[in-house]
Each structure stands twice: as structure tokens, then as C-alpha cells.
Write a protein that binds this ligand. Structure first.
Ligand code: ATP
Ligand code: MG
Length: 286
């Protein structure tokens, strides 16, 4: 079957649940038993490889996998030649420099000549070059936060999401150097037959992503203000307007981005909108 694509996803960790959830939301069924390293789908031409995230960029660059889901941090660090097809909006985090809490921090020059522990020597090295700082980068593969307290390094560069791990280890964040989220990556030389399956998958992912960003809105509106209200929730083509049993009122149905909804809510209410219902959309095809 020359159209079967292979996608590499993280076996277990901070990317895996959302990666598999997205694939399921695309209507793709598969078996994901614990400990299984490979799986296939019963209703889509796709196979899964469950790997450590460190290995995903390399597998995709080499064409062992056609697609992969990985954090931008890992992708940039590994510096492999792959195409980025889509930002996926989950596993958002940042890479930051941190130093012991008690130190005063004058600015990036603090790090001149210092020793910094990190699992991201390339990203950190590139950053230090752009800010013209010479520091020693000490590469370690995990538990980076303890490096200062055991005398291994004077500062660290690591992933931060809430900052609580830094706090627990007596550190404070002083510079954010990189922002990351999960991305869908692809091998650069995909065959035309596989490309068709990739396009199908992308179409479905787009529909899922658009559905998440938008809401279905239903509200009751006094007829004399319908024009105003329709202008506030224009929808995909235009809103649906249905008469209510009560004379002089209509029900207006539309689709609107969640962000826009909150921005327009006051104006909607001022225009007399009542009984506003906001309903999630599972998929959205325009
Ligand atoms: P593996 O065993 O696969 O090598 P790992 O320990 O390297 O896993 P995880 O901690 O599972 O990695 O994180 C995977 C990716 O998720 C990170 O590279 C980063 O992109 C993202 N990530 C890490 N920490 C967070 C966080 N606290 N919140 C959101 N996303 C995160
Ligand atoms: Mg890893």
C-alpha cells in the first residue's frame, strides 16, 4: 500500500496525550496498547511509531517516518532538515535562563564568562551569539534545575511553563530565550501517493482546529435591532434568522470566533440580545 503514511508521535510524556487526541478528533481509529511501539489504523492509511521525542526529528529527516509531532524546542535543537506543516497549539512552553534566587541580575551580561547547564546547547549557543555573550555551556540531559545547587553551573537554561519547578529549586527566571509549541513536521521527499494521504490528514486537522477556535452562538433578538446584531455576529456566510413564537422577536444563529464573541458581548447585550447560548463546534469545514 504505497499511500500509507507513517507518523512518529511521542510514546509517553507531555506531547503524547494531545497528539493522540488530535489524531482521534480527525476521525482516525487506532489501537494504542501500552508498550506498543508501532500501530496502524483501521480506517485511514496511516501507521504510528511511538518514540522518544528526541528521536522524532531525525526519523522524519531520514524518511523512516513521513510525519512527526514534536515540540519546536526539540526540532530546533536537533537542527534536522524537515518541513514544518502546521503549528498545533498545544505543549506550549518557553526556554528560559534562570539563576539562584538570591543573586541580583543586572542584565544578560550577568552570564559573561559563566557556566550554564542546559539540555539545549544549540538553542542556547545561538542565543548567546546573538546577544554577544561568551559563556560555557555545560550539556546535561535532565534534572537541569539542580545544577546550581550542586555547584555544577552558575545558571541554567531549561523549559519553563509555570515556573514552579524553578521556585522549588531556589531559582528565578531572568530571560526568556525561545517559545515553543507542538508542530507537525514532514519528511521533505514524500512520494506523490503518500502526499495525497498527508493532504487528507491536514484537511481534517484544519477542520478540527477551526472548530476549536469558533463557537456556535444562538440568541434571541428584538426585531428592530436585527441589523445591528447580525453585523456583530456575521457568521460563515450570514447568520440564520428564525421567528420566535413571540411577536417582534427572532432567534439568530451564527458562528463566531471565541475571542470575537467576548469582544462583542457588551454590544450584543446593548442591542437587546437575550438568552445567549454558546455551543462548541466539533469540526468546521468552510
Ligand atoms: P522523552 O522521554 O520522549 O524524551 P522528555 O522527557 O524529553 O520525553 P517531556 O517532558 O515529555 O519530554 O516534554 C516533551 C515536550 O513537551 C517538550 O520538548 C516541550 O516541547 C513540551 N513541554 C515540556 N514541558 C512542558 C510543560 N510544562 N508544559 C507544556 N509543554 C511542555
Ligand atoms: Mg526527550
Amino acid at each position: 500500500m504505497e499511500n500509507i503514511i507513517r507518523i512518529a508521535v511521542q510514546k509517553s510524556g507531555r506531547l503524547s496525550d494531545d497528539s493522540l487526541k488530535l489524531i482521534k478528533e480527525c476521525g482516525i481509529k487506532f489501537y494504542n496498547g501500552t508498550g506498543k511501539l508501532k500501530s496502524s489504523s483501521t480506517n485511514f492509511p496511516i501507521e504510528f511509531l511511538f518514540l522518544r521525542d528526541d528521536d522524532i526529528p531525525g526519523y522524519v529527516a531520514d524518511g523512516i517516518a513521513d510525519l512527526g509531532i514534536v515540540g519546536e524546542n526539540e526540532l530546533v535543537e536537533k537542527n534536522k532538515d524537515v518541513a514544518i506543516l502546521k503549528q498545533l497549539g498545544f505543549s506550549k512552553c518557553r526556554l528560559s535562563l534562570a539563576i539562584p534566587k538570591g543573586e541580583s541580575y543586572p542584565g544578560i551580561e550577568y552570564f559573561e564568562g559563566k557556566n550554564i547547564a542546559t539540555s539545549y546547547p544549540k538553542i542556547l549557543g545561538d542565543y548567546l551569539k546573538t546577544v554577544n555573550i561568551k559563556a560555557d555551556i555545560h550539556e546535561i540531559s535532565g534534572s537541569v534545575e539542580i545544577a546550581p545547587s550542586i555547584g555544577l553551573a552558575e545558571g541554567i537554561c531549561d523549559i519553563v511553563s509555570s515556573g514552579s519547578t524553578l521556585m522549588m529549586n531556589g531559582l528565578k527566571e531572568v530571560e526568556e530565550i525561545f517559545q515553543s509549541q507542538a508542530v507537525l513536521i514532514s519528511h521533505k521527499g514524500i512520494s506523490p501517493a503518500k502526499q495525497i494521504s498527508v493532504e487528507k490528514l491536514l484537511f481534517r486537522m484544519d477542520a478540527v482546529q477551526k472548530g476549536k477556535k469558533n463557537k456556535y452562538v444562538l440568541l434571541n433578538a428584538p426585531n428592530e435591532n436585527l441589523d445591528k446584531i447580525v453585523a456583530l455576529i456575521p457568521g460563515m456566510r450570514s447568520p440564520t434568522i428564525l421567528p420566535l413564537a413571540e411577536e417582534g422577536w427572532s432567534s439568530v444563529h451564527s458562528v463566531i470566533s471565541e475571542e470575537q464573541f467576548w469582544e462583542n458581548i457588551e454590544e450584543l447585550r446593548n442591542a437587546g440580545a437575550q438568552g445567549i447560548l454558546v455551543v462548541p463546534i466539533e469540526k468546521m469545514l468552510i
